[in-house]
Write a new protein. Structure first.
Length: 192
């Protein structure tokens, strides 16, 4: 199943996909909804891909980052062994700038960190990369709030986001002043 580094090997991952012995995390549902990726693209990437990185989590163990193209679309899939014989697909995404030069190579790192010396995710130990977020979505008392265009640090392993104190203070001021620009329609699906 796994090698000495305790990360899932590609043949084991492919077997779990072929036999539908896998679960996906909630992170992937967001990308399904935005039509950024499909389960068919994830399965195709695993069938045709290769492991390009191993990520280690002190609590959960190692995970494997699989890279491939589904058709002409580059796809990354982070996979882990749940230690009960099932594959967990932690997240899947289309690799792009500012983190990925192409689907196999990360952008070379400069000194453009968040400015707060946050290099690793508190939750999983993954590497933090500086990005400009499309949005943060939050639900408060049944109401959905979207905050767009926030500069943030993104954990490339689990997807956790971090913002600086300066960004947090600005967001807080905007909320207190009720500086909401617009209301957007919300689409709801019910899984029966």
């Amino acid at each position: 199943m796994t090698s000495t580094n305790d990360a899932p090997e590609i043949e084991w991952i492919r077997k779990k996909i072929k036999t539908s012995q896998y679960h996906i995390s909630e992170h992937i549902i967001r990308d399904f909804l935005s039509e950024k990726i499909t389960i068919e693209e994830i399965e195709d990437a695993i069938e045709n891909g290769r492991i390009i990185e191993i990520h280690r989590n002190p609590e959960q163990g190692a995970s494997s980052l699989v890279s491939a193209c589904s058709g002409k679309k580059p796809v990354h899939v982070m996979c882990a062994d749940d230690h009960d014989g099932w594959l967990i697909i932690l997240f899947a995404y289309v690799p792009s700038l500012p983190i990925w030069e192409d689907h196999l190579n990360r952008v070379k790192q400069g000194d453009n960190r968040m400015g707060e010396n946050l290099n690793n995710c508190f939750f999983c130990g993954g590497k933090i990369e500086q990005i400009k977020m499309g949005n943060f979505d939050y639900r408060l008392e049944g109401q959905l709030y979207v905050i767009k265009g926030i500069p943030a640090g993104l954990c490339v392993q689990c997807g956790e986001k971090y913002i600086t104190p300066k960004a947090a203070k600005k967001i807080n001021r905007l909320i207190k002043k009720k500086k909401f620009l617009e209301a957007e329609e919300t689409f709801v699906l019910e899984y029966e």
